[in-house]
Design a protein around this ligand. Structure first.
Ligand code: ADE
Length: 317
């Protein structure tokens, strides 16, 4: 926070009128402290723009949401869920940081950490597919990031390559928590987690290609939907396309419900084995995050000492 002239602010709690002797004070940054640039992302309910601080020249990603549209579409809840989730995860290196929120008459603004290397979908599209080494590097970070969310009592529910960003060091950062589920803390002392991971939620569909069969068949999901989505992304890294893809959503859903997918020629056997054990319709047979981390595919990765986040990123392909 910086000290700026008092006139800037409608956000200021102490106005000049109320405190005439205070000429300068600590003021929350406002929209006019940023220069807005190119559109760098687009969602159903938001537009993400590059925003540069006029003062420090530091770059941010400003997520802009139109208030009227949110109200009309009954999506106001998404905004508060996203804010709570991001605030809760604000010290996580694997999640985009939320620096500030503002609003004006028409819009809400989330001032987010800018991830300069784009999203993981664009990376895969640029290279067609990734090799085993890259799949191991990015896969280990993605599963560790999901583990961290769950341990913080948050289910993402829309894990997909577009929602995985890449920072300046090519480390992954999860984004887009609008459809997250915030779990209730549990007072069950025998439970390993502080949160009630058995929470089931209804009436939510993420993105067709990454949606889990339990949501389509039984209309519920729990934290294991994020693990399913991870399996789909791991497949996609090697195959260059998601496992369940069809010409329309309906046909995609049918494939998901039947767990109907085929490995591409040359798909490495060790990753085949892991994908098969994750893409299990039966939730109790689906690998847990700890089992994924212990799978031979990740045997070189040490998930305990933080080294997966500090190693040099591999050359792509
Ligand atoms: N697109 C959407 N969110 C972004 C962010 N935080 N950084 C870069 N590009 C983005």
């Amino acid at each position: 926070q910086s000290i700026i002239e008092n006139e800037t602010a409608s956000h200021n709690k102490l106005s000049l009128k109320e405190a005439p002797t205070i000429q300068k004070q600590i003021v929350k940054k406002g929209i006019k402290d940023f220069k807005f640039g190119a559109v760098i992302g687009d969602g159903a309910y938001s537009t993400v723009m590059l925003a540069t601080s006029i003062d420090t020249k530091k770059k941010y990603a400003a997520k802009v949401l139109n208030k009227e549209y949110l109200i009309r579409q009954k999506k106001v809840k998404y905004v508060s869920v996203e804010k709570i989730a991001l605030q809760k995860l604000n010290n996580s290196h694997s999640v985009v940081r939320l620096f500030s929120t503002f609003q004006d008459e028409s819009s809400l603004y989330f001032l987010l950490e800018y991830a300069p290397n784009g999203d993981f979908l664009s990376l895969m599209k640029k290279y067609g597919s990734l090799d085993e080494n890259c799949a191991c590097y990015y896969g280990s970070q993605i599963i560790d990031a999901i583990d961290h969310l769950h341990a913080s009592g948050i289910i993402h529910r829309d894990i997909k390559p577009e929602n995985i960003l890449l920072d300046g060091e090519m480390r992954i950062k999860l984004t887009d928590f609008g459809t997250a589920k915030l779990l209730d803390p549990t007072n069950n002392t025998s439970s390993k987690s502080k949160y009630d991971l058995s929470t089931r939620s209804k009436s939510f569909v993420g993105t067709a290609e990454y949606v889990s069969p339990e949501l389509l068949n039984d209309s519920f999901t729990d934290y294991r939907c994020d693990i399913w989505a991870f399996g789909c992304i791991l497949f996609q890294m090697i195959a260059g396309k998601p496992p369940f893809k069809a010409t329309n959503e309906y046909l995609t859903f049918q494939k998901v419900m039947k767990v109907q997918y085929a490995f591409t020629p040359g798909f490495p056997l060790i990753i085949r084995d892991l994908v098969k054990k994750i893409l299990m319709k039966n939730l109790d047979q689906r690998l847990t995050i700890n089992q994924i981390k212990e799978h031979p595919f990740f045997k070189e990765m040490n998930f305990k000492d933080g080294s997966i986040w500090s190693s040099t990123p591999p050359d792509i392909k």
